[in-house]
Design a protein around this ligand. Structure first.
Ligand SMILES: CC(C)(COP(=O)(O)OP(=O)(O)OC[C@H]1O[C@@H](n2cnc3c(N)ncnc32)[C@H](O)[C@@H]1OP(=O)(O)O)[C@@H](O)C(=O)NCCC(=O)NCCS
Length: 292
């Protein structure tokens, strides 16, 4: 059974698997300490409103991650449809989800957390991706933290977290899965996370992509959803939710590990404007890297 919220996401027939194009990219943003020429070039490659949004960050680290995400979106679209950067104009839904008007056969999503920025692109399916640093929360007692988060997870999920050898990692894994679904369907913070319930059966590892995790939506199986999970390193998990039509799922799916891309690869984009504010780099460079 296709829950109506998922069925309504599809605007056009799904392509068959042989013609499906996809990307899974990851970049460790700790590896990029921008210099002025790179920062200015990168900012010239993105839309004005995104440049302004990124300038609002108090610290450098989130500005860098967010900018990498924007470059990934553009480079990903460029590689898949062969369009020049200047012909790519993103919009956002009312909930903030980036999309390309007029190109609804391709879906794309990015996520940034901890050291990593990731991108997932699918054609003929909706996609949501989430990466999570599995660090212990700063200045918080773990029991108290779990108590505060109690309502975000179902009793079934808490049972799985409780019996896990590493409860914190299990907790983040479920969080990541929930976010990937929320991001695939494009709803924001208002989504009732108690209505979705995950069952995991395989351990995460760096070596492979787990595809066995199942989700129930309001107690009903969601067979048209596929979840891919892996570890980018021992401290970061990533989940990708792919929402196929019934036909798309029957075609089967391809194996999709994440490929590490370099910042040089992403910066190899043509600029879409010649002008950025002269003080852009100076203002960025004067900021502290992060709160820590
Ligand atoms: C934006 C949201 C979808 C995810 O935020 P997040 O996990 O903090 O951030 P991520 O790094 O994974 O994703 C951010 C990127 O997703 C994209 N995005 C923004 N809104 C989106 C939406 N509604 N749907 C899908 N993608 C969205 C953007 O590209 C954004 O990058 P940007 O901020 O640089 O523009 C938001 O719904 C949210 O904060 N949800 C939290 C829900 C919750 O309570 N989760 C607890 C789980 S236990």
């Amino acid at each position: 059974m296709v829950p109506s919220i998922i069925a309504s996401l599809f605007f056009r027939p799904v392509m068959d698997c042989s013609s499906t194009r996809w990307l899974r990219w990851a970049l460790n943003c700790q590896l990029w300490k921008p210099v002025a020429t790179q920062w200015n070039h990168a900012n010239k490659c993105i839309q004005e409103e995104e440049r302004q949004r990124i300038e609002q960050f108090v610290f450098q680290a989130p500005a860098i991650s967010s900018l990498i995400g924007r470059l990934m979106l553009r480079k990903g679209i460029q590689e898949v449809i062969g369009s020049s950067n200047s012909n790519i104009t993103f919009s956002r839904t009312a909930e903030g989800r980036p999309f390309l008007p007029g190109l609804d056969i391709i879906d794309i999503n990015v996520s940034h957390h901890g050291d990593w920025v990731v991108l997932a692109l699918e054609s003929g399916a909706r996609v949501g991706v989430d990466v999570m640093s599995m660090d212990r929360p700063i200045n918080k007692d773990l029991r108290e933290y779990f108590r505060l988060m109690r309502k975000q997870f179902t009793d079934n999920e808490w049972r799985q977290i409780d019996k896990s050898d590493n409860k914190l990692h299990a907790f983040y894994r479920f969080w990541c899965l929930k976010e990937s679904y929320v991001k695939a369907i494009g709803v924001g913070l208002k989504y009732d996370l108690q209505t979705i319930d995950f069952n995991t059966s395989d351990e995460l590892s760096r070596q492979r992509v787990i595809k066995s995790t199942k989700m129930k939506l309001k107690d009903q199986s969601s067979d048209e959803l596929l979840f891919e999970e892996t570890l980018l390193d021992m401290n970061h998990c990533v989940a990708t939710c792919i929402a196929f039509s019934e036909q798309g799922l029957k075609e089967g799916v391809c194996d999709k590990p994440f490929t590490e891309v370099t910042i040089e690869h992403l910066l190899n984009l043509e600029t879409i404007t010649d002008e950025v504010d002269e003080g852009l780099w100076t203002r960025f460079n004067s900021k502290q890297y992060s709160a820590r």
